[in-house]
Design a protein around this ligand. Sequence first.
Ligand code: 5RP
Length: 237
Amino acid sequence: MAADRASGRLEPPPSDEAKISEQKRAAAVAAAELIEDGMRVGLGTGTTVAHLLPAIAERALAGLRCVATSPTTELAARELGLMVVELASLEELDIAIDGADQIDEQGWLIKGGGGAHTREKIVAAAAARFVVIASADKAVPVLTAPVPLELLAFGVEHTLRAVAPARLRGVPPSPDGGLIADYLGPVEDPRMLSATLSAVPGVVEHGLFAPEMVSDILIAQDGVVVRRGGAKPARSS
Ligand code: 5RP
């Protein structure tokens, strides 16, 4: 696989790109069907979500209010005629839908390939139901580095040493001014690593999402397979 210059992410060979894009679209269309009139909807960030936005707009639902996790998603949603509001204006969200970089067999996620994982985690946590949409290549037996990080700019050299091995990604800061970096060490125990990273001063947020945050995972291959996440059923009812 070749590395994308801007993001540092591994890109699939061109022959696989069309298949993966079609899987992302299929998962996104299936997730759009979960949205009903009047819902408050969290919109993730990334190429899978780029398929979700037109699928939602095409349904022409009444009274939707959407919260975007990035300026890119906000712009695209507005251009499609979706109403985008501030998260602060809503007490909670009915549903949030987002992509993922890796999904392991226990339902742990790595997110933040686009550097938006802090806002994505806040929006997912604010939602009664968090639905993950993905192409089949995102399902992995075990998670592996990189794990995206958002770091406070102040003292970032010290923070990087505290979470070593890690390096800055060299992309623009997040809309909240955080520096995007990647942890590059072992990810054998995601729960322990999640706690370790969260405990380091200067780590704003990391890209490990625990299974209990996730209500449903829609993975597209030939059809769309729905896996239940680890969230209590109340989150998805
Ligand atoms: C952005 C994310 C994305 O959801 C994740 O990187 C997957 O991206 P894509 O849908 O483009 O494969 O976490 O911060």
